[in-house]
Design a binder for this molecule. Structure first.
Ligand code: 5AD
Ligand code: FES
Length: 355
């Protein structure tokens, strides 16, 4: 237990964060390691203030289309890693993807997020063509790609084809920690280089990390905050690590709701204008996780637009929500959920104010 003097010191650190918008590595570590329920409430109130100043009570929606679960990588935490022989693999056709967009457009979505594993079947040509088609059909919509690591030239091609945004979580900044979560073929440095490339090309960039991933320390999270501060992305996606039964991390503990919410609040105070989703993983570890995420400073939700027949197969972790019969209803479900806490889902591209 920490005593009240220390607790006062941590409150002051939160005030300092609000003023200076950044802390030192030691300060981030103290704050994260020393958090208490009382401190969290204090943080969330400040985070909401910032969020309301820039984004009012609006919640942006992004229609998520999980278009392939083939993946050449073998990340130890991920249910669609290539070694998982039990994964039932699928790819959507271009027609199927466009039909998701059509349905999404009618439901009011103005951002489509194309997310998939690192699947060589989707060559640069195919992706560029797809992006072209979507932008032709829906010029008022933003297209976000989330296809993992590709070369500078590939990213540039997609951007020239009309892609607006790219999501690529850095996962963890610390290279030793990164190496415990990934096979040797992947490195923290390459990951981070991709993010700098995306920024240079001109994308609105989203990064992020898992909270409570195996072997993660408060110091690692401090390093994540420093990296995000330096990158200054448009969006930051974080969610709790949740084990998947067919991975080497099957027996590892999940990240907690409590720590994820605390990190959301800290990110909002550090980058007041950033787009911050209350993720599906957060909704998976607690029935009201996404609502609590919004109340900690988040301002985006990403309902699933994938065809219901394949949703259960895009299984990164166990017990993922929105994969059953209720799945067609995500848009309405989220609208009701947001209204229940005094927020409203808005139909807008929702570009980041963090430029
Ligand atoms: N638990 C939580 N999040 C996960 N992701 C992948 N596997 C898991 C898991 N087991 C996250 C990664 C990835 C994003 C698409 O999903 O952070 O970047
Ligand atoms: Fe998908 Fe509620 S958001 S069913």
């Amino acid at each position: 237990m920490i005593n009240s003097n220390e607790s006062n010191g941590l409150k002051e650190l939160i005030d300092k964060l609000k003023e200076a918008r950044c802390l030192s590595k030691e300060e981030w570590t103290w704050l994260i390691a020393g958090r208490t329920p009382e401190l969290s409430e204090y943080l969330f109130a400040l985070a909401r203030e910032e969020r309301h100043q820039y984004y009012r009570h609006d919640v942006y929606v992004r229609g998520l289309i999980e278009f392939t679960n083939y993946c050449r990588n073998d990340c130890l935490y991920c249910g669609i890693r290539k070694s998982n022989q039990n994964a039932s693999r699928y790819r959507l056709t271009e027609e199927e993807i466009l039909s998701c967009c059509r349905m999404g457009y009618e439901l009011g979505f103005r951002t489509f997020v194309l997310q998939g594993g690192e699947d060589a079947y989707f060559t640069d040509d195919k992706i560029a063509h797809l992006v072209h088609c979507i932008k032709d059909l829906y010029p008022d919509c933003a297209v976000t790609l989330s296809l993992g690591e590709r070369s500078y030239e590939s990213y540039k091609r997609f951007f020239d084809a009309g892609a607006d945004r790219y999501l690529l979580r850095h996962e963890t900044y610390n290279s030793a920690h990164y190496a415990k979560l990934h096979p040797a073929s992947l490195s923290a440095a390459k990951r981070q280089q991709c993010l700098w490339n995306l920024k240079e090309i001109g994308y609105q960039v989203g990064t992020g990390f898992m909270v409570g991933s195996p072997y993660q320390t408060p110091e690692n999270l401090a390093e994540d905050m420093l990296f995000i501060h330096e990158l200054n992305p448009h969006m930051v996606g974080i969610g709790p690590f949740i084990p998947h039964h067919d991975t080497p991390f099957a027996d590892k503990a999940s990240g907690t709701l409590e720590l994820t919410l605390f990190m959301l609040g800290l990110i909002r105070l550090m980058l007041p204008k950033v787009l911050l989703p209350a993720t599906t993983a957060l909704g998976t570890i607690h029935p009201n996780g996404r609502e609590q995420g919004i109340l900690a400073g988040a301002n985006v939700v990403m309902p699933n637009l994938s065809p219901t027949a394949v949703r259960k197969d895009y299984s990164l972790y166990d017990n993922k929500i929105c994969t059953g019969d209720e799945a067609a209803e995500c848009r309405n479900c989220l609208e009701r959920r947001m209204e229940s806490i005094g927020y409203q889902v808005v139909t807008a591209r929702g570009d980041s104010l963090n430029v």
